[in-house]
Unconditional design. Structure first.
Ligand code: NAD
Length: 425
């Protein structure tokens, strides 16, 4: 197979085998044998499966899965697999969960497995009337939606509710229909998108308008996972630590610049479990951040208070559209194995555990920030990565990392010099 000279237009690229595609990419980018060989190493996923999951596959990327210990959720101890490239994330969950394990751990709940599909209607001169004309058809709409997915209905899911909103836009008034669907153990994007597309022609007929978009909303605010936990003040190091953490929370609640980082910490935990279980990280992240801004100003996803007994109580509530079927969850063997570690039998259980992990992560980050600062713990783990990047192997890694930490200079240039010194000694 030949490719045009340094052109990114590679005819038939999608029809090539993985090996042929890699060859074409290597030629285009001038990859050396080491880089090409690295990309050719299969991960713990069958290359044929990878090739069918997405388009134009040339390689796979392995991300470490760490297991968080000490988590107790709704009275059950659970080990939580977390897929992340970032050091300190798993350790933070373990430490945070340890400090509230004796006090009972995390209590969780879920608002329901409801997803929203939107149908955008434009070009109606009488939007208020159109809105009512759609609402009058609720029974017909329910039947159409349920008719799209008899299997989901058999499983107890399907159409639940109808909302029609009038949205003022730069392009005029739009009539936006929300189909509210119980998607049970599926995240449900494909499920509800099919329903929205099927219903669209009828909405045009009833209103005389024109439908454009028909797709789910990632602001899944009918699928809220909640978690709360209380950390005894003596278990966290006393009232001064608690008050520092409360102050950190007040900062995040009041300031979007801080809230973005505060919530990023929460998502360190959330996304790691979402990814480990083969779920859609972007869907959960989009939902979380949109929910964090629902009041008109971006703010903290978590809340922290002092109980009457003086303990630290944390709570979190965020959209959690995750599934046990659909997408990669069922077909990625590693995701399946991770679900087995978790021992969950419903998407609801999974969503609730993920919310608890998000809260644990948030506790860990806030405590570190309010006390020693984030860099101390972070750097200790980061030093290992810097040592490896500098070329340390085997026992050299820990020795070099210790030297870097001792010098308080966890930097690539220092690592290279110290490694040389170690080897010369
Ligand atoms: P899916 O269509 O593969 O699976 C859902 C279907 O599985 C249901 O419709 C039902 O018929 C069947 N099913 C079998 N057992 C079930 C059970 N116990 N509970 C519920 N349904 C069961 O997948 P999906 O969940 O509809 O869609 C998820 C995928 O869609 C993800 O890969 C996501 O990345 C992708 N996606 C996301 C977006 C977005 O977030 N904006 C948009 C499009 C697609």
């Amino acid at each position: 197979m030949t490719i045009s000279n340094l052109s990114s237009r590679i005819p038939g690229f999608h029809r090539m085998s993985m090996a042929e595609r890699l060859e074409a990419v290597a030629a285009f980018a001038g990859l050396d044998d080491a880089a090409t060989g690295q990309l050719a190493i299969p991960g713990n996923i069958d290359p044929h499966l990878a090739d069918h999951m997405i388009e134009n596959v040339v390689a796979t990327l392995s991300i470490p899965i760490g297991v968080a210990t000490n988590m107790r959720v709704d009275g059950r101890d659970v080990l939580v697999p977390m897929a992340t490239e970032e050091s300190s994330v798993v350790a933070a969950v373990c430490n945070s969960a340890r400090q509230c394990h004796e006090a009972g751990g995390f209590t969780t709940s879920l608002s329901g497995n409801l997803m929203i599909a939107q149908v955008q209607l434009t070009g109606v001169s009488d939007p208020e009337n159109a809105r009512l004309r759609i609402l009058e058809r609720q029974e017909e709409i329910a039947a159409t939606c349920d008719g799209c997915d008899p299997m989901l209905v058999r499983l107890g899911g399907g159409f639940r509710d109808l909302e029609v909103r009038i949205v003022a836009s730069r392009g005029g008034l739009m009539v936006v229909t929300h189909l509210i669907i119980d998607t049970r153990d599926a995240m449900g994007a494909n499920t509800v998108n099919t329903m929205a597309e099927t219903l669209a022609p009828a909405i045009e007929r009833w209103t005389g308008g024109r439908v454009f978009l028909r797709i789910l909303s990632n602001l899944a605010d009918r699928r809220l996972a909640r978690a709360r936990a209380t950390w005894p003040v003596e278990a966290i190091g006393g009232a001064a630590v608690r008050d520092g953490m409360i102050s950190a929370y007040h900062f995040a609640e009041a300031d979007p610049y801080r809230a973005a980082t505060h919530n990023k910490g929460i998502m360190n935990g959330v996304s790691a479990v979402v990814l480990a279980t083969g779920n859609d990280t972007r869907a959960v992240e989009a939902g979380a951040h949109a929910y964090a801004a629902r009041g008109g100003r971006y703010s903290s996803l978590s809340h922290w208070e002092v109980t009457a007994a003086g303990d630290l109580a944390g709570s979190i509530e965020l959209p959690m559209p995750v599934g046990l079927v659909g997408g990669a969850t069922k077909i990625h063997p590693t995701a399946q194995a991770c679900l087995k570690i978790l021992g969950v039998s419903s998407a609801a259980e999974l969503a609730r555990i993920i919310a608890a992990v998000g809260l644990a992560q948030n506790f860990g980050a806030m405590k570190a920030l309010a006390t020693t600062g984030i860099q101390k713990g972070h750097m200790a783990l980061h030093a290992n990565n810097v040592a490896i990047a500098a070329g340390a192997v085997g026992e050299e890694v820990a020795r070099l990392a210790a030297i870097l930490i001792g010098k308080r200079q966890v930097r690539q240039d220092v690592a290279a010099a110290e490694l040389q010194r170690m080897r010369d000694a």
